[in-house]
Design a binder for this molecule. Sequence first.
Ligand SMILES: Nc1ncnc2c1ncn2[C@@H]1O[C@H](COP(=O)(O)OP(=O)(O)OP(=O)(O)O)[C@@H](O)[C@H]1O
Ligand SMILES: [Mg+2]
Length: 312
Amino acid sequence: MTVAELTGIPLRHLRRGKVREVYVVDDDRLLLVATDRVSAFDVVMAEAIPHKGAVLTQITAWWLRQFESLLHHHMLSADIDQIIAMVPSLAEHRSALAGRAMLCRRTDVFPVECVVRGYLSGSAWKEYRERGTLAGEPLPQGLRESERFDPAIFSPATKAESGHDENITRSQMATTVGDAIANDLERLSRLVYERGREIAAERGIIIADTKFEFGRDRDGTITLIDEVLTPDSSRFWPADRYTPGTAQPSFDKQPLRDYLDGERRAGRWNGDAPPPALPQAVVDATSARYLDAFRRITGSTLNDALNAESTS
Ligand SMILES: Nc1ncnc2c1ncn2[C@@H]1O[C@H](COP(=O)(O)OP(=O)(O)OP(=O)(O)O)[C@@H](O)[C@H]1O
Ligand SMILES: [Mg+2]
């Protein structure tokens, strides 16, 4: 879906992320809409990836249902019929929003990204390789790339408005949100990650790392918000191909990354926007990967999940 197809949504547009559009319903509620945009190496591609937005929204919805008894979360509904029943002015936009929209409790967002790392990868591996530290704090010597951490490491980051989020220490986080909140956010992040890691392991998936966001709702309750354990907020690895000591293939974006790497190596792309046009085969392969991620995590196809909702 292109952005153009979302025009005319009769709600105040609050922000545009690389992938999602956020609308204000009223003082207490937001509508989060995941588009089919895809980014790689921090650049948004021109092409849409069919079904990607619905996959992201419905994976979040599925996880939040698993975590219902663990903590308070922001989801009111990710079912388009229920959403329209609660916000009737969206009826005309049913087909543009179906599957990809989530009606949420609006919160005051804590300005930290709560990153949990179960494996040494990405920017953490880069810092460790160069300096032996993570967010400036020393890690044991001799760790290999993609090595598992037990327990997982909580490594908060700033929420940068643009550019890269920056890793911060636990004490920098406490300075930002206060000691008590920092403790709560760490405890809840670990709780959700550990539960998610167990559930994913039963399905042959490693959640290498992930990022959570929290806010405070009207009653003051700390609430899990935003997207949760999606391919866009997490690194998922196929467990049967896990080999520490090297980088692991990405579950979802690997065909896209491989193509872009090839274009870079051939000198046809410098890594900045605008990105090269994607061949249809790359778009199709990436879409298939997202649909497969949904099926592997939740155990049903996206289609079945969406149809089951509308008949329940
Ligand atoms: N319940 C909520 N209450 C208030 N804000 C929320 C809630 N849930 C999510 N948000 C906010 O909605 C915004 C989603 O936009 P964001 O810019 O992250 O989109 P995105 O497409 O994920 O972009 P990016 O890839 O750049 O992160 C975030 O700023 C997040 O903090
Ligand atoms: Mg985001």
